[in-house]
Design a protein around this ligand. Structure first.
Ligand code: SAM
Length: 290
């Protein structure tokens, strides 16, 4: 019957007890809304025995609920003042297991992670591994790319991020949010928007509202060819969003006739703007240029 860490009173008590000063440069906004925390746990569909990588446990608001819902948690954190707090404040025992059998903290920048090596001693690779995080927002996109490009195949990624980034991940062709991040993500993963979280759910409150997104790997990924080449072509097609595809392709294909030929082969209006091209059409363009 303990008061959860992710409640305003308990978080405030922890802040007072350890003189915690939320570090803005590390994106520290702690969740103090039990509905939001349980919403994330539900979105990740946490079951007894699940293996979860958490990025940035902070003072443990989300970690605590992951553990109480049966997960084994491996966490990456960079703030070296937090291990002591987590050790003291997370439940000493979960069921009949001591905390250290269920929770392992690695003080390491997640962008330097070597997932297989780091978690090898703690997790069983023959079983699914989920990622769950209230992300540090200053590195949301690099973290998503690092996870997407990892040689570990995650069962799912349940990530809280700025609302605007979530909108870009799940954008549809033709919308304002549709762009390189949408395409890089949707060629690898299904994107599902699970819940919206108001900025008042955090301590301290960030300026922006947040969304929780669930990403699951696509079984049969479209063949985009060489990933670096594909990403570069997509990026260049979007170099100037307001201009036509033809204009944006000038650097990649200087010859006007060749450009016209490629655009004609896509079966689209020559005046089409990049945001109106489907992912399949971007793949066609990248293949033609390769
Ligand atoms: N999970 C906690 C919660 O929901 O209340 C804290 C989330 S807070 C938005 C982000 C956390 O990520 C902070 O604890 C911060 O110290 C940590 N962090 C920042 N940069 C990091 C990095 N490069 N690698 C791992 N953790 C990082």
């Amino acid at each position: 019957n303990r008061i959860p860490i992710g409640s305003p009173v308990r978080t405030q008590a922890i802040i007072n007890r350890y003189f915690v000063k939320a570090k803005k440069n590390l994106g520290q906004n702690f969740l103090v809304d039990q509905n939001a925390i349980l919403g994330i746990v539900n979105a990740a569909d946490i079951q007894e025995g699940d293996q979860v990588i958490e990025i940035g446990p902070g003072i443990g608001s989300l970690t605590e609920q992951l553990l109480l819902h049966g997960a084994k948690v491996f966490a990456y954190e960079v703030d070296d003042s937090l291990p002591k707090i987590l050790q003291n404040e997370l439940p000493a025992k979960i069921g009949d297991q001591p905390l250290d059998q269920r929770f392992h903290l690695l003080l390491k920048d997640v962008l330097q992670a070597d997932f297989k090596k780091d978690i090898g001693a703690f997790f069983d690779f023959s079983q699914p591994i989920k990622v769950v995080a209230n992300l540090p927002y200053y590195i949301t996109t690099p973290i998503i790319f690092a996870l997407a490009e990892s040689d570990l195949r995650f069962a799912s990624l349940t990530l809280m991020m700025q609302k605007e980034v979530a909108e870009r991940l799940e954008a549809k062709t033709g919308s304002k949010a549709y762009g390189p991040l949408t395409i890089a993500t949707q060629t690898r993963m299904h994107v599902e928007l699970a819940l919206q979280v108001d900025h008042t759910s955090f301590m301290p409150r960030p300026k922006v509202d947040s969304s929780v997104v669930v990403l699951t790997p696509i079984e049969h990924k479209p063949d985009v060819g060489r990933r670096a080449h594909f990403n570069k072509v997509v990026k260049m097609c979007f170099a100037q969003r307001r201009k036509t595809l033809n204009n944006n392709l000038k650097n990649l294909i200087p010859d006007a006739d060749k450009r016209a030929e490629l655009i004609a082969s896509l079966g689209v209006d020559p005046k089409i703007r990049p945001e109106d091209l489907t992912i399949a059409q971007f793949i066609k363009i990248a293949n033609a240029i390769a």
